[in-house]
Design a protein. Structure first.
Lengths: 119, 182
């Protein structure tokens, strides 16, 4: 194994794990911008670096878990154009959790920039 | 909530039904309501994805939409669950019958201590064998003093088999019980 392949492998593993960590935060951030249904959420997420090749179906079990945790609410809405769609909205609890997540994110970023970890 | 996808061709219908089974299988750990909701959402999602594609026939657009949805594990064959139910309840029956048989044999082993001339495995003059609590006229007892160790060994062997069967087909964490829920 060359150094390059090793680096690629390590990064791929790290990115895969990091993506799982970001996932709920990104979903909450998207829904805080306004209510949305699954396909819209996926389309938004695919704009985020690292999520271009997102397996679209992975969103739904996570949204279901978030709904059960009280982070979002879901409601089937009949559309004029066709079959009903399930719209998701953040709850006040979800907004609070997102604010905490962002604070942790900012603190982590600041720690990396300030090289606090080296002291 | 139920939501269906309007499909016109036979091949697309086959692909769609297989996809729905895979979606259900992938979300088998969720409760029935959540599974039904995700199935309905998948239908809406695939319809949106197909509408977003302008090129290709129905099968091509459906295949592309399903590929974007992600890799889903293949669902088990439809016959597995009914087979699991038959195996589960059939095994309970076997365990009950064989369990009683083992208890009878153990009882015979105990009684052999008190009635060594009567209890035993007998071979008749016609060649037939019988296990009996009573001495058989014209028959020869073939195990003699080896009756108790032989019975105990046999019971241990059968009990081990029954335990393995219980673990496989009856225990809540066993493979057959899991197949029944899937």
């Amino acid at each position: 194994m060359t150094d390059k392949t090793d680096k690629v492998g390590v990064l791929e593993r790290w990115i895969s794990q990091a993506r799982k960590g970001y996932f709920e935060m990104l979903l909450l951030a998207r829904l805080q911008a306004g209510r949305a249904y699954g396909y819209q959420i996926v389309a938004s997420l695919k704009q985020v670096p690292g999520f271009e090749n997102l397996a679209e179906g992975t969103v739904y079990p996570v949204l279901t878990r978030m709904k059960n945790d009280g982070l979002v609410t879901a409601e089937w809405v009949a559309e004029d154009s066709g079959a009903p769609r399930k719209y998701y909205t953040t709850t006040p609890f979800g907004a609070d959790v997102l604010a905490e997540m962002k604070a942790i994110w900012v603190a982590m970023s600041a720690a990396l920039d300030a090289q606090e970890l080296t002291t | 909530m139920t939501n269906s996808l309007a499909i016109t061709t036979h091949e697309a219908r086959r692909l769609w039904q297989d996809f729905q089974r895979r979606v259900d299988w992938a979300n088998r750990d969720l409760d029935a309501t959540d599974r039904a909701d995700i199935r309905a959402e998948a239908a809406t999602h695939i319809r949106d994805a197909m509408e977003a594609q302008t090129e290709g026939d129905e099968v091509t657009r459906l295949t592309a939409a399903m590929e974007s949805y992600g890799t889903l594990p293949p669902a088990p064959p439809a016959w597995r669950q009914p087979l699991a139910v038959i195996l589960h309840y059939g095994s309970i029956l076997v365990l009950g019958v064989c369990g009683v048989f083992v208890l009878i044999l153990l009882h015979m082993a105990v009684m052999e201590i008190f009635y060594p001339q009567a209890v035993g495995l007998w071979q008749h003059s016609q060649g037939d064998w019988s296990l009996s609590y009573e001495a058989q006229e014209g028959a020869e007892e073939i195990l003699g003093s080896w009756f108790i160790p032989s019975i105990l060994l046999f019971c241990a062997f059968v009990s081990a088999l029954l335990y393995a069967l219980w673990r496989f087909a009856v225990a809540p964490a066993g493979r057959v019980s899991r197949w029944m829920k899937d």
